[in-house]
Design a protein around this ligand. Structure first.
Ligand code: SAH
Length: 364
């Protein structure tokens, strides 16, 4: 059996799926989900992330965490990474902070990972990196301050999509039939959006606009913000996504759902479980949720701004000086150049900081 067959049977039995059900199965189905049975990262996989491109990324995120921890008065706390992939960011973060006095002693490292395959890779990458590393399937509840980092985690969480109609909304669903295979189809007419989504007065949006909601991202953000408000700490979320101008309740950006396989775009509805599926992150909603429970949320900044302010260029020059060949120097320069590229990752990727009230995070 394949995931396509499993989903087809489910549709025949229970009717069309929401985009979120499809995405959750394509990425996280225990047997066939994309992340569950493969290591998709890196040159030989399907896509590359910032920590896999240059060690400077994880190092500077590490320095940010250590400085934040220091400014929080050096508490005993939980360092948490959501969706750690191969463990590369955490490895670079821990190496870069190993000489920060007291930091490694004060933190317990917690990795939140749903994939057994990637957890195994992380265990290998992080052998001897820290004496206290724990794995969890969901955010651990410990009652201590949190330092949370998440790179390309929120974009992997399942979204629901809605289209505006003359009188309200329809959910975009996924059906299957013999002629068309998997295909998108509109669900029943709704007068309002389900769940905790802002009221959108009728007529505010043009007909046919697509709205995206990520209920799981909202729940995770809520849990973290409540924890940070109550017990202290900070979070750094890094992802590609958007912010909305103030007062605009929803960003009708159109459809941001995309699939990637072997570094190329792939049809979202083709071969579920065989390609990565992501959607752009609505940073405004995450910030609003954090503020609503009394935590503080920053304005977003770009990855380029963050890395440049954190001294990325100096670190790159230092690494180049110690490089063993001109080939290695070129690799270091190319890698850093990609992370800060104006027409690429440097501008596409944004950072949001969420902190305990009254705390100003470094750089933001
Ligand atoms: N942060 C890494 C990997 C990004 S890929 C990097 O930058 O290289 C997304 C990661 O999130 C993978 O490790 C994937 O297994 C994990 N993930 C996706 N959905 C998850 C969920 N619902 N719960 C926990 N981990 C999840």
């Amino acid at each position: 059996m394949s995931l396509a067959e499993k989903l087809r049977e489910e549709i025949e039995r229970r009717g069309p799926l929401s985009v979120a059900d499809y995405m959750a199965a394509a990425l996280g189905d225990e047997q066939y989900g994309y992340y569950m049975h493969s290591d998709p990262l890196g040159l030989s996989g399907d896509f590359v992330t910032s920590p896999e491109i240059s060690q400077i990324f994880g190092e500077l995120v590490g320095i940010w965490c250590a400085e934040t921890w220091h400014n929080l008065n050096s508490p005993e706390c939980d360092l948490v990474e959501l969706g750690p992939g191969r463990g590369t960011l955490m490895k670079d973060l821990l190496r870069a902070t190993s000489h920060v006095s007291g930091f490694h002693d004060a933190v317990t490292v917690n990795l939140v990972e749903m994939s057994p395959t990637l957890s195994a890779v992380q265990r290998e990458t992080l052998t001897d990196a820290h004496p206290r590393i724990r794995w969890h399937e969901a955010l651990p509840e410990t009652g201590r301050p949190l330092l949370v980092v998440a790179n390309e985690f929120f974009d992997a969480l399942p979204i629901r999509q809605f289209t505006t109609t003359e009188t309200g909304f329809t959910e975009r669903l996924i059906g299957w039939d013999r002629k068309q295979g998997f295909h998108f189809k509109p669900g029943p007419e709704l007068t309002e959006l389900p769940g905790d989504y802002p009221d959108i007065p009728a007529g505010t949006l043009p007909e046919g606009a697509t709205l995206e909601i990520c209920p799981l991202a909202q729940r995770i953000m809520l849990d973290i913000a409540v924890h940070i408000k109550t017990h202290g700490g900070a979070m750094l979320a890094i992802d590609y996504g958007y912010t909305r101008p103030q007062g605009v309740p929803v960003f009708a950006s159109g459809d941001t759902l995309q699939a990637v396989r072997r570094h190329k775009f792939h049809e979202v509805l083709q071969e579920p479980g065989k390609a990565d599926i992501t959607a752009h992150v609505d940073f405004s909603v995450l910030a609003e949720i954090a503020r609503a429970v009394g935590a503080e949320a920053s304005e977003t900044i770009t990855q380029r701004e963050f890395l440049m302010h954190m001294g990325g260029r100096i670190r790159m020059e230092q690494l180049c000086k110690n490089a063993s060949s001109t080939e290695q120097q070129k690799q270091l320069m190319d890698g850093y150049g990609r992370l800060v590229a104006l027409d690429g990752m440097g501008e596409l990727f944004k950072l949001l900081a969420v902190t305990q009230p009254g705390f100003k995070p470094p750089v933001f």
